[in-house]
Write a protein that binds this ligand. Structure first.
Ligand code: NZQ
Ligand code: ZN
Length: 391
């Protein structure tokens, strides 16, 4: 195991009715004037907006609003948010939504305390030194941004989707009511579950030895997702299933599963080029890329694919031919993704083979290799894209 620091101080209020505490929590964490940030309207249709407003009003918390965050959140609205926060003297941002809304809130929080262009943080030109505190009311189990120090924003002018990272971006609190996720369309539920699963894979596929605690935690989260996702798709109002998936989403990405080990992140970075170019739902893009990454990487470095097959997918170990065992694991993963309605090729997500060189150029603009489990070159990533370019 490698040395690590881990400090993840987000306060979680989890369960039915948890949103009633939102106003109190803002007060507790020092907010006196709030920006209420949200997406394209789902919270107004499913009643979450009204519940949050009631909680703010009950705690006498003044607020101003900025809605309109789109999936794969854009820089344009972040600039608007930064101006609004400065003009209104906002000292706390409340994100009500999923990863896109939370990531947009994090970008505003950092940008409001910075004299330059907030995209500097996303382009590796500056480190975040200060940020407004944020809290979240989570409405979709997926990105894990409710407990993570990350934010991913699309620079819409240059069609570049990149992440920024700072411990200052971890939410002070996150309200997690699993009932709020019952209104999700099946596709979003499945894409979210896929994202959660891959967040764990990015950590599981590691060259670090002797990390059995985090290996076993990773396997537990993956098994939860593969048990609960078909169940919740059959029965969308199943509270227990929603609750397990929601907490899995947090555990998968606040890094408790990743400490002390090298992590990969190749599938995510390869996918981000797809969502930047075609506005693909992140989890659906991962459903296309991650199995392709696995098939490609298996040939070069099979080691971790054997426990992936036996411990997560229940494939019996073939001691004479462990490669066969490893391949069965990937096949079961692909069958699972198909079963929950996720895409498997470019044709299903509107991606074009002709754009592969452009995506590879962007991905390798500032680096020579991608990922860590196997360090992939431009040629490797090109082959991974080509293996799913079925249009
Ligand atoms: O905009 P509204 O109308 O709210 O609709 C949203 C959106 O269309 C809808 N939705 C959310 N909750 C709902 C609901 N619809 C009905 N009922 C509800 N309760 O779902 C759609 C997707 O929302 P979004 O926030 O985009 O989903 P997700 O949480 O998957 O976030 C995706 C973004 O997070 C980034 C992704 O790249 C992508 O941009 N990621 C962020 C990470 C992080 N900050 O740590 C890590 C991830 O790997 C990921 O990259
Ligand atoms: Zn993700």
């Amino acid at each position: 195991m490698e040395n690590f620091s881990f400090y993840a101080p987000t306060y979680f209020e989890f369960g039915r009715g948890a949103e009633a505490k939102t106003g109190e929590l803002i007060r507790k964490f020092g907010g006196s004037k709030v920006l209420l940030h949200y997406g394209g309207g789902s919270i107004k249709n499913n009643g979450i907006y009204g519940k949050v407003i009631a909680a703010l009003t009950a705690a006498d918390v003044p607020f101003t609003e900025l809605g309109g965050v789109v999936p794969n959140p854009r820089s344009g609205l972040v600039y608007e948010g930064i101006e609004l926060v400065k003009k209104e003297g906002v000292d706390f941002i409340l994100a009500v939504g999923g990863g896109s809304v939370i990531d947009s809130a994090k970008a505003i929080a950092a940008g409001a305390k910075y004299d330059g262009d907030f995209l500097d943080f996303y382009q590796g030109k500056a480190q975040i030194q200060d940020a407004l505190p944020i809290g979240t009311v989570l409405t979709i189990a997926a990105a894990g941004s409710e407990g993570s120090p990350n934010s991913v924003i699309t620079d819409e002018k240059n069609q570049i989707k990149k992440g920024a990272h700072s411990e200052l971006l971890r939410p002070r609190f996150s309200v997690m009511n699993p009932e709020f996720t019952c209104s999700l369309p099946a596709y979003q539920t499945a894409a979210g579950a896929t994202d959660i699963f891959i967040h764990v894979c990015e950590r599981y596929f590691s060259n670090t030895k002797e990390v059995s605690v985090t290996d076993r935690l990773c396997e537990a989260v993956m098994k939860t997702i593969l048990y609960e996702t078909p169940r919740v798709l059959r029965d969308p109002d199943n509270y227990e299933s929603r609750a397990n998936i929601m907490w899995a989403g947090m555990i998968a990405h606040n890094n408790i599963c990743g400490v002390g080990r090298e992590q990969d992140w190749g599938s995510h970075h390869i996918e981000h080029e797809l969502s930047a170019m075609y506005d693909v739902t992140h989890g659906a893009g991962l459903a296309v890329i991650a199995p392709a990454w696995m098939r490609y990487v298996l040939e070069k470095h099979p080691e971790k694919f054997v426990p992936f097959a036996t411990e997560v997918w229940g494939v019996p170990l073939d001691t004479i031919n462990p490669m066969e065992t490893a391949m069965r694991g990937i096949e079961r993963f692909e069958a699972f993704l198909k079963q929950i309605g996720m895409p498997s090729g470019f044709s299903e997500i509107g991606a074009k083979k002709a754009d592969i060189p452009a995506m590879v150029d962007k991905l390798f603009a500032k680096k020579d290799t991608e990922g860590n489990y196997v360090k992939l070159t431009r040629e490797d990533v090109t082959k991974i894209y080509e293996s799913v370019a079925d249009e």
